[in-house]
Design a binder for this molecule. Structure first.
Ligand code: GCV
Length: 831
């Protein structure tokens, strides 16, 4: 049977970013020539929701890229066709196809062959998911302009676990989400309209992600009640056609909270019965549930320590309930004591994961997985690989990577994370003496120690923003996570180039520019935030966004950098420090034990050194801190220039929205630069040899301007405002600050540095004399109602003509409780 199906047209919203890398834009003729001839019909052997997704995707993708109609059928036609099916079904028709057993689950074969005298392009999977992944792979090749006229290629995933986690709360908020509210929940319920979830499942499937944990690891116990499970089942139903299985995060104290028991002791038989009952109920509603994720004994979450039981006891009581259903429990390795005594120089949060889990190696059931954050602290801009990866030989493990940019610019800054993840995945833990080494990627996939299950988990936190992650360029991280989970040896450049081409098209200038911005972005972010392994130097207590250098000191959270008047860094050596280096295999630990063999980028993670310590680069630590902040901020400014050259080569909407974010980033990079450099100038009392740090020609402090109704306010922490002060305005007032220009006549850029608090949307206006030059509204949401490093924002008015004696005036009309705070203006020659 052959039916003609019209190609589904590209979404009317195609360039809002909603379609992400699955735009299937019509291909230019030169690209079509490279691709070669592709059959215009699809033949599907077999039938199931996943197989139909594969077929429909080819109809949609091919039809759109080739601007043609694609026929579908269920038996071989008399013309060439794309043949889709599992290997078991395909092989009798195409004997050249590999046997199913030759491929790992979810693997696929793409081949060109002859079947019953007709040329066929075969997409055959080891299982149904494999067919779907093969269909996406074929479409991606075509979209990238690769020749598909001769194919014989097997692909299989590096690991069975390729999951995303979501930190969504049932009320619709997302912990560490930066792109709007939850696509899953609202007001304590699963949303009625799950079309966003369906489309998200498609995006995940396109990069081989096969599991999704839907709720926050700081879990609400209600999620596994009889009232809620049917709602979860609706989400599972929507994801199922994309081969994505649902899983849930649970509260370990649930037996007491919702089970009517007076205990949650994992060794109590009643508790075991509770978990069996709940898990059985979940599987009755969701037969293909992936499993359960558990955060226990961490950041206030209750856990087995309440009963003096181990993490293995806790994991196993749930693992045993899951085992008959084939489910898996992910027990989070992110366990540490946030009430630690900071005065004890031997205390060290970095030690916690290993200290907690290494002694339990071999005590976890076969369907339990320890989920380990990539570094020993918490998603900082630079951390060494967690030593726990090398220490679990008889326990399954998975690596947790964070796609949502919690400490890395919260999707207001571009920061392509694939190179950072690869630095960890490629790191050789030397866990065995065998050659060619044991990179983290092989440890987590289970390959090194032959573990039955393991892999990759990405904390995604997409939201209701149309483009999913808020920043169009941030989607490269979601895409990159999937690509690496499938094949962690793929290079960062390949991933960046492929993503750019799929997302923005084939123009070589666009591909080269966007790829290079992506690849340069993590190093730039590291330079203007926290270089040399000192941590991100952000406010670690609350928002995790702008500079807040001292927030990590003198409290139990343990992200200490230990900077004082003489030096900086955490001494984690065996000889004189916390002994953390002993958690690595001796060969690896030895490298970190001495400053001579520690790479510069991790020096302050492992050592406390004087500011005058000379790096391998030949610079002193303090000069490196100053220089790198200037370099990083300059690089952020250059991203804007590079992006501007793409004007008219990219659709208006995405061009403008990325430009706005890059401009904001460039301004905020200056906030970072100045906060950190001023703080270290003050603390070290060592001048910048280049004379840049602490000197700001062209800057006019608001407190030195003539003012109406604006009042002086000290800013906390002081280093996040120029000269430590800002001018604030009372709610409901209009305030202004004036400056009489005395320089030469010319055209200038006037940067207005103000504080965009989250408790109002005040209007700022820049005047020369009585003439309005520009007006804008401070309506950003930077997580704070105060003037500080999160809210400090730069608005640059370009091309302002000024003559001596002209008056520049900044006026604010406040809104809500916002203070309309002004820091300074800065006048620089227009380029
Ligand atoms: C979901 C960090 C984040 C928390 C997060 C926690 C975790 O501490 O700031 O928001 O909680 O990690 O991974 O459990």
């Amino acid at each position: 049977m052959v039916a003609l199906v019209a190609a589904i047209p590209m979404s009317a919203q195609a360039e809002t970013g909603y379609d992400a890398w699955l735009r299937y834009a019509p291909l230019p003729p030169t690209v079509l020539t490279r691709v070669g001839s592709v059959p215009r019909s699809v033949t599907l052997l077999g039938d199931s929701p996943v197989l139909r997704s594969a077929r429909d995707e080819i109809v949609r993708g091919l039809g759109s890229m080739h601007a043609s109609t694609i026929a579908t059928g269920t038996s071989l036609p008399r013309t060439s066709t794309i043949l889709l099916g599992t290997l078991d079904r395909v092989r009798p028709v195409v004997p050249a196809a590999p046997a199913a057993a030759e491929l790992a689950p979810d693997g696929f074969w793409l081949g060109t062959a002859t079947a019953r005298g007709q040329a066929v392009l075969v997409v055959a999977g080891r299982n149904e998911r494999g067919v779907l992944y093969g269909a996406f792979a074929l479409l991606q090749r075509i979209a990238l302009g690769e020749d598909v006229s001769r194919l014989n290629e097997r692909q299989e995933p590096a690991a069975p676990i390729r999951w995303v986690n979501h930190w969504d709360n049932l009320d619709g908020t997302i912990e560490r989400g930066y792109a709007g509210r939850s696509i899953f929940f609202e007001n304590g319920r699963v949303q009625e309209d799950l079309s966003r979830v369906r489309d998200y499942g498609r995006l995940l499937a396109s990069v081989g992600v096969n599991g999704l944990t839907v709720n926050n690891v700081n879990a609400n116990a209600l999620v596994i009640t009889d009232g809620f499970i049917p709602q979860l089942a609706r989400i599972a139903d929507v994801l199922r056609p994309w081969g994505v299985s649902l899983s849930v995060s649970i509260d370990f104290s649930s037996p007491r909270r919702i089970g009517g028991l007076d205990t949650f002791d994992p060794l109590d038989a009643r508790v075991a019965a509770f978990w069996k009952d709940r898990v059985d109920a979940l599987y009755r509603a969701i037969p293909d549930l992936g499993g359960i994720v558990l955060k226990a004994d961490s950041e206030g979450r209750l856990g087995p320590s309440a009963y003096n039981r181990t993490h293995a006891d806790a994991a196993n009581v749930i693992a045993r309930a899951l085992a008959p259903h084939g489910g898996v429990i992910f027990y989070r390795g992110f366990v540490y004591d946030n009430l630690m005594d900071w005065r004890d120089p031997k205390n060290d949060r970095a030690r916690a994961a290993y200290d907690n889990f290494h002694p339990l190696d071999g005590k976890f059931d076969a369907n339990a997985v320890v989920q380990i954050k990539h570094g020993p602290i918490d998603f900082q801009v630079r951390e060494p690989a967690s030593p726990l990866f090398g220490a679990l030989r008889n326990t399954n493990q998975a690596i947790e990577l964070q796609i949502t940019q919690e400490y890395l610019g919260q999707q207001r800054h571009v920061c392509f994370l694939v190179p950072m993840w690869k630095a960890v995945l490629d790191f050789d833990m030397q866990a065995t003496s065998t050659s060619p080494g044991t990179p983290v990627r092989d440890l987590v996939s289970g390959r090194t120690f032959n573990r039955p299950v393991g892999g990759f988990v990405g904390v995604s936190n997409v939201g209701r923003d149309t483009n999913w992650l808020g920043h169009d360029l941030a989607m490269a991280n979601l895409y990159g996570f999937g690509r690496l989970a499938w094949n962690p040896t793929t290079s960062a450049r390949t991933i960046a180039t492929d993503w750019t081409t799929l997302t923005f098209g084939h123009d070589p200038q666009v591909v080269e520019t966007v790829t290079s911005i992506l690849l340069d972005s993590w190093p730039a972010y590291e330079r203007y935030t926290g270089p040399l392994g000192a941590g991100t130097l952000t406010d670690i207590i609350r928002v995790h966004y702008g500079p807040g250098i001292e927030s990590s000191e003198r409290n139990g959270w343990g992200q200490w950098h230990r900077a004082n008047g003489q030096g900086i860094g955490m001494d984690r050596t065996i000889a004189t420090g916390t002994g953390f280096t002993a958690q690595y295999i001796p060969l690896v630990g030895a490298q970190y034990e001495s400053t001579a063999s520690t790479p510069d980028e991790l020096l302050l993670f492992f050592h406390h050194v004087p500011y005058t310590h000379v790096l391998h680069s030949g610079k002193t630590v303090i000069q490196h801190i100053y220089d790198s902040h200037y370099q990083g901020a300059q690089e952020a400014a250059d991203f804007v220039k590079r992006w501007r050259r793409l004007d008219r080569l990219i659709d208006r909407q995405r061009y403008a929205s990325v430009l706005a974010r890059l401009e904001y980033q460039a301004g905020h990079a200056v906030v970072w630069r100045d906060a950190i450099n001023n703080w270290f100038l003050w603390l070290s009392d060592i001048a910048d040899a280049n004379g840049l740090a602490g000197r700001f020609p062209g800057r006019i402090e608001a407190e030195s301007m003539a003012r109406e109704r604006y009042a002086n306010t000290p800013v906390v922490p002081w280093e996040t405002a120029s000269a430590g002060q800002a001018m604030t305005c009372e709610p409901g007032e209009t305030c202004s600050a004036r400056h009489r220009y005395q320089g030469p006549a010319g055209t200038f850029d006037v940067a207005v540095q103000f504080f965009d608090e989250n408790d109002g949307a005040s209007r700022f206006t820049l005047f020369t004399g009585d003439r309005v030059i520009e007006s804008w509204v401070a309506d950003g949401e930077f997580g704070s109602p105060s003037p500080n490093g999160h809210t400090s924002t730069r608005h640059t008015v370009r091309g302002v003509r000024l003559s001596p004696d002209d008056e520049l005036r900044v006026q604010v009309t406040t809104d809500g409780m916002e203070s309309g705070a002004l820091d300074y203006i800065e006048i620089t020659a227009s380029p």
